[in-house]
Structure formats: structure tokens, C-alpha cells
Design a protein around this ligand. Structure first.
Ligand code: ADP
Ligand code: MG
Length: 314
């Protein structure tokens, strides 16, 4: 359904940040793009709905080049969930969800019914939530609304760019379950970007591992894990199978100077934790925009020591 043929992208006319991609995504597939920060995931995603123009090659949807679609037809067919929650703060939840249906000039009753149905689908009681402002919802609830907003006008394709990265680990896991369930019921084609291998393995029908703008491997989760095609893929999987370090369980109090500490997101990956703890004795841990505690190098070392002991004991 979505086909990339020799797609390349250069922002500066010099270096290619996406380099001759060839891939095909089937209808109804949950397709995950994964790779380290800066490898070209967001660029690849945004080229699909023409938020970013290609430099070379072409992308087709149902056999037709995306450049041949009228731009609004393309945008209506393709829902897009951003990494950062981007609800309009002055609009109610209902108004936020109704943006594309309004543009498509759906009738008022139809829009209201659709909003109710979508809120229910993600466990938000419609009559409680439809008239609230985004600020009256928790971060996780706002992110849910971000997802159903992308579904509102029933697009065939949904692009999701690290939609769960702002959530705490528990809501994240819950949300992953919801999305899997949703995908099974609504049968959309989903292109999902993440840098978290565990998330990719959990969600993807197929996973495309990107590195420096090129494809290292495309395969099912089983194929990626059991027969990594390159040393890079192998390493990427190993880095993801890190100990289950739950930052929230190791938080300490917030000192006055917390705002001057380096900071870490509460859902940071294990490798992000390690990277920062090498150079810092203590970091501030943020959830959304709020500092929720600090993490010390000592706590991390202690955790490692316990892990090591358990391994020896096994
Ligand atoms: P990812 O989503 O995998 O982290 P991106 O697609 O955002 O990667 O970025 C790929 C590369 O392109 C990075 O080196 C990034 O710095 C660069 N890049 C991204 N957006 C722009 C832009 N608008 N202008 C110039 N360079 C960009
Ligand atoms: Mg990105």
C-alpha cells in the first residue's frame, strides 16, 4: 500500500540523511521504524504525508505517487500523531478531535457521535471529558486524545512518531496494549517510529532497523531477534535487552538546586541512564515538564550490584 522507491533526503544538498530507501508496507500492517537518534526516522515518516519533500526517488500510496495526490486528500487519508502532545489548549477535547471531520464538513451530529465513540474506545468517559480543556487532563489522557484525534476522520494510514515517549512506564505499557487492541479492531496501516527495541518487538508486525539513513534489516520481530542481519542489528537488540531498571523506584528527594542538574526523562532507556550517569553524580528526573525526583550514580551502581549478584545466583 505504501511503497518507497530509492527515496533519499538531503536537507543541505550535501549529506543524505535518508539514503536510497526501498520498502513496501502492506495494508493493515503495523510497521515499525526503529533506530538510534538522528538516523532519519522522523524524516522518513514525514515524507509519507509530504510534511517534508523528498530529494530523490518516489513514494506511492495505492500505486499513485504522493506528489500526484491533492495535498488535503493526502492529509485526510493519513492521520499523524506527534511525539509531543500537540492539542490546542484553548479548544475543548471535542473541538480538538473534530478538527479534520470539521474540515471534511461532516454534520454536527455525526461529529458528536464520532467523538463519543473515540473517547469511549480509549477509556475516557465521553460526557466527562468532551467539554474539558486539555489542561484539565493528565499527560497520559492528553496523549490518548492525540491518538484518537488522528483517527477521527477514519484515515487508512496512521503515522506515529514516538507517541509514548512522554508517558511514564506504566501508562506507556498500558497504552501499548490499547494500541495493539485498537489495531486489531480497526485494521489500519500504522507506521510507528520508536527508538525502543522492546516497544518495537511488542508492537510490530514487521520492524525496519535504520542506521544513518539506510536500512540494516527489515523483518518480523522473530527474524530480527533470531537472525540479526548485521552486527549493528545484533548490537541494537542487545542494548535493548538491558536490565529492567525502573527509574521511578530509585528516585530520591528534590534538592533546591535541582533545576541546575542535568536532567533525564522518567522513561529514559537503560542506555540513556548509563550514558548520563557516567558523567554525573546526580541528575534531575523529569516527567513532562516537572521534576519528580533525583537519581544518583550510587543508586544505579547499587542496582547493578544487585543484578550481578542475582545473575551469579542463577
Ligand atoms: P530521528 O527521527 O531518527 O532522530 P531525524 O529524521 O529527525 O532523525 O533526523 C535525521 C538527520 O537529519 C539528523 O542528523 C538531523 O539533525 C537532520 N535534520 C532533521 N531535520 C532537519 C532539518 N529540518 N534541517 C536540517 N537537518 C535536519
Ligand atoms: Mg525523530
Amino acid at each position: 500500500m505504501i511503497r518507497f522507491e530509492n527515496v533519499s533526503k538531503s536537507y543541505d544538498g550535501n549529506t543524505l540523511v535518508v539514503d536510497a530507501l526501498n520498502l513496501e508496507i502492506s495494508r493493515g500492517e503495523f510497521f515499525v521504524l526503529i533506530g538510534p537518534s538522528g538516523c532519519g526516522k522522523t524524516t522518513t515518516l514525514k515524507m509519507i504525508n509530504r510534511l517534508i519533500p523528498l530529494t530523490e526517488g518516489f513514494i506511492t500510496i495505492d500505486g499513485k505517487k504522493i506528489s500526484d495526490y491533492p495535498i488535503h486528500e493526502l492529509r485526510w487519508r493519513i492521520g499523524y500523531v506527534l511525539q509531543q502532545i500537540a492539542l490546542f489548549p484553548h479548544m475543548s477535547i471535542e473541538e480538538n478531535i473534530a478538527i479534520v471531520p470539521e474540515l471534511k464538513q461532516w454534520k454536527k451530529e455525526r461529529i458528536q457521535a464520532r467523538v463519543g465513540e473515540l473517547l469511549e474506545m480509549v477509556g475516557l468517559e465521553p460526557e466527562t471529558y468532551r467539554h474539558r480543556k486539555p489542561s484539565e487532563l493528565s499527560g497520559g489522557q492528553q496523549q490518548r486524545v492525540g491518538v484518537i484525534r488522528a483517527l477521527a476522520a477514519d484515515p487508512d494510514i496512521i503515522l506515529m512518531d514516538e507517541p509514548f515517549s512522554a508517558l511514564d512506564p506504566i501508562s506507556r505499557s498500558k497504552f501499548q496494549e490499547d494500541l495493539l487492541h485498537l489495531q486489531k479492531t480497526i485494521q489500519k496501516t500504522i507506521v510507528f517510529v520508536t527508538h525502543d527495541i522492546q516497544e518495537a518487538l511488542k508492537l510490530g508486525d514487521r520492524i525496519c532497523v535504520l542506521n544513518e539513513g539506510g536500512i540494516e534489516q527489515i523483518g518480523t520481530p522473530e527474524e530480527i531477534v533470531n537472525s540479526p542481519a548485521t552486527p549493528f542489528v545484533q548490537q541494537f537488540i542487545e542494548s535493548g535487552s538491558s536490565p529492567s531498571f525502573d527509574i521511578a523506584k530509585h528516585l530520591e528527594s528534590i534538592p533546591n538546586e535541582a533545576t541546575q542538574l542535568p536532567y533525564l526523562s522518567i522513561d529514559a532507556t537503560w542506555s540513556e541512564v548509563l550514558e548520563l550517569m557516567v558523567t554525573s553524580d546526580r541528575v534531575a528526573v523529569q516527567q513532562g515538564n516537572q521534576i519528580v525526583g533525583t537519581l544518583t550514580r550510587e543508586a544505579v551502581l547499587q542496582f547493578l550490584a544487585t543484578e550481578a549478584k542475582e545473575k551469579v545466583g542463577q
